[in-house]
Design a protein around this ligand. Structure first.
Ligand code: ZN
Length: 243
């Protein structure tokens, strides 16, 4: 089975479209959360995701906030401004769809799926080998797919010496998967690894391979809509530089 793995779309419809086109035919799509937050297109993104066949979709921290389960005060000023805008413009149907999604870890095939981390599904960032090491004790599958940090990366646990390493990965290069791993497909709509292209991954459940990928999209078009919606200028600038 060929699985498209996406995360952190953040109301960036143009980036999502580019990824869906670039990925081609897939059997399933797994989305690790944060459909909304930051960007200008919350309704278009939620509607597009709702229409994806064979979808498994989790909630991220921004989604959990927009449906009213955590206060906007937990977010910094710019993120909060976008959430207030999204809460106002999201249609009832799109809100209902978000409310129907799970926020806890879900197991699919050999993979645990979660937005933040296995031990804190919504909030914890896995940014380094230390936080990765602590989290290997909190899932039982060979690999775990996480989002939230917006960094396309992969951590490996060597069970012989109990050490965790950050694996070198390159977009377009296939990784043969061996237990145990934590991998992040990166962010579709707001990459923070200094590569502004939309990030995602293709997971092959039989071949047990993971291919991190990047797709070019029209960033100016999204910046224009961010400014039209009077969202923070920072959200527009960062897209061009990928942080
Ligand atoms: Zn996010």
């Amino acid at each position: 089975m060929r699985v498209l793995v996406i995360s952190d779309i953040h109301a960036n419809y143009t980036a999502l479209e580019a990824v869906l086109k670039d990925a081609g035919e897939v059997d399933e799509t797994w989305c690790l959360g944060d459909l909304v937050g930051y960007g200008p297109d919350p309704n278009m993104v939620v509607e597009e995701v709702r229409g994806i066949k064979n979808l498994t979709c989790l909630l991220g921290n921004h989604d959990v906030a927009v449906i009213g389960r955590i206060p906007f005060e937990s977010f910094n000023g710019g993120a909060r401004t976008a959430l207030e805008y999204h809460e106002k413009v999201l249609t009832t149907d799109n809100m209902e769809f978000l409310r129907s999604l799970p926020q806890n870890l879900k197991v699919r095939e050999d993979a645990s799926l979660v937005h933040g981390s296995p031990r804190d599904s919504v909030w914890e960032y896995i940014l380094n080998t230390l936080s990765a090491r602590l989290n290997f004790d909190h899932f039982t599958t060979p690999w775990c797919m996480v989002g939230h940090s917006h960094l396309q990366c992969m951590f490996r646990l060597n069970e012989a010496n109990n050490r965790v390493t950050l694996e070198p990965i390159r977009p377009g290069e296939l990784v043969k998967l061996k237990p145990r791993l934590i991998m992040n497909p990166g962010s579709v709509g707001q990459p923070r690894d200094r590569d502004p292209r939309a990030a995602y991954a293709i997971y092959d459940t039989e071949a047990k391979t993971w291919e991190p990928r990047r797709a070019q999209y029209n960033i100016e078009e999204v910046q224009k809509r961010i400014r039209e919606a009077r969202l923070p200028e920072k959200h527009a600038i960062r897209l061009m530089e990928g942080w």
